[in-house]
Design a protein around this ligand. Structure first.
Ligand code: 3AM
Length: 175
């Protein structure tokens, strides 16, 4: 019988209060750009997308990721943007703290080192708020949202007719 596989990625997951604020922003942007509003509980910042991983490789992946050491950091979500190529309306930061791309690079390197595809486009930190969104005429103005990042998570993505359903599988604290 074929081995079960899981569709995996690594991400930062906001606390409910921050997710709520981002969800409100998504609603404001939606008035102008339309598209599909991401559900509050699915909002995240992807660090690396791995894709299908066979069950048998999970222990090795967990052990490898668990060896990564990285500092806590604070991020200011102070920007909204729209990408024409994939019709995403996103929230991000004008100046990402260096620890953020460093964490993403460390993860991608370690995942690649055990022969898994830590692929995806070059790392551009963003949180998808709307999909299939038109280019905005005018983006909502908002006060920067501070995010004290204390952990990162391994998440399973299950594709359903209602959209992706995300299940956290493991979390690692930042030092
Ligand atoms: O964080 P965002 O919303 O930009 O689009 C998927 C989502 O990105 C992306 O991984 C994130 C969590 O699902 N994703 C899905 N399939 C992908 C692939 N084959 C992918 N990223 C790269 N390659």
């Amino acid at each position: 019988m074929a081995e079960e596989s899981r569709r995996l990625f690594l991400a930062l997951w906001p606390e409910p209060a921050l997710a709520e604020r981002l969800h409100q922003l998504a609603g404001e942007a939606h008035r102008d750009c339309g598209g599909r509003i991401m559900r509050r509980e699915t909002l995240h910042l992807t660090l690396a997308f791995i894709g299908a991983v066979g069950e048998g490789r999970l222990p090795e992946l967990l052990e490898t990721l668990g060896r990564i050491r990285a500092p806590r950091f604070r991020m200011q979500l102070d920007a909204l943007g729209h990408w024409a190529h994939n019709h995403i309306l996103w929230a991000g930061c004008t100046h990402a703290p260096p620890a953020l791309p460093q964490l993403a690079a460390d993860i991608r390197r370690e995942v690649a080192a055990i022969g898994l595809p830590a692929s995806g486009p070059a790392f551009v930190p963003h949180m998808t708020l709307l999909r299939k969104a038109h280019a905005p005429c005018e983006l909502p103005v908002f006060d920067a949202l501070a995010w004290d990042v204390a952990e990162w998570v391994l998440v399973e993505s299950r594709l359903t007719p209602q959209g992706a359903d995300y299940q956290p599988l493991a979390a690692w604290a930042l030092g």
